[in-house]
Ligand binder design. Sequence first.
Ligand code: UDP
Length: 325
Amino acid sequence: MSRILVTGGAGYIGSHTVHLLIQSGYDPVVADNLSRGHRHNVDAKRLRVLDLADTDGLEQLMRSEGVQAVIHFAAFMAVGESVREPELYFSNNVGGSLSLFTAMQRAGVNRLVFSSTAAYYGNPERVPIPEDAPAAPVSPYGESKVIVEKILRWLDQYRGLRGISLRYFNASGADPEAGLGEEHDPETHLIPLLLRAVATGQPITIFGNDYATPDGTCIRDYIHVSDLAGAHIVALESLLAGGPSGAFNVGTGKGQSVLAVLRAVEEVTGRKVPHTIGPRRAGDPPSLVADSTKLRRTLGWEPRYTEIRDIVATAWEFQRKNRAS
Ligand code: UDP
């Protein structure tokens, strides 16, 4: 049973991945400083409250636990916050990653799956976006991920560190049976905010309806968090089998407009979503859709959730269960 270190395993995507790792026969140990993650997302016996800046602590943990590979989620992920506090994003996301890579080097661990992002591409020239589109981030958050991907390419060349970067599109949905879902504070993501508007009656603001898209609202590729988790498992398996470093998009390849997601929420909940139309949000590209052919062909990954309605239904069930408990 391979021992896997998961940094940021108490967060949204991390906790779903830890759950799937256990189901797939792995034995994960989580390092999380709980600055943004939640203690209740991880079984206490697997959780080590540890900061990425603690290089010695990470090295010791990997040695004592006999870690064979690392899945590295721990990072800040709010685009708006990164614009207001770029230093925080570079020190936590880049500095924290470097500390982890140093600890891995010292402990002799040389397999890594890394959380990257569609924000890598900025405002892409072509949609669906292939992996060889240029890195052109438009926020410090996106840049922090591009820098780490670049560091990984050098460590592949000179340190023998094999790393797979997964560029996530819009992570969404939940695994209510596992008690896991999206709980950001403050919440900025579309689906939980639409569900909250339904539950509270407080209108959500749609950020612009004058984009050059069929209904004027932005188009995104919503990928279910359990399918994202599955991408980490296939990436990990490839690395453990001696496969090479690389970067892969993770999305369904299907784009949904903000209004289409709103309609899906109305269908799932059977209620109207109170909403108003506001101005555009700075930095929002009109359309981001993944070309994830490479992940499908190379690693044999397939998403199970391809309908936005089904994704929304899992998020709705999680919110209802959470409020009830
Ligand atoms: N969005 C919106 N109102 C909100 C939150 C988001 O209209 O209160 C839109 C946002 O402009 C984008 C889409 O929903 O077009 C998805 O935004 P989210 O923040 O969920 O993810 P992002 O695409 O920024 O990673």
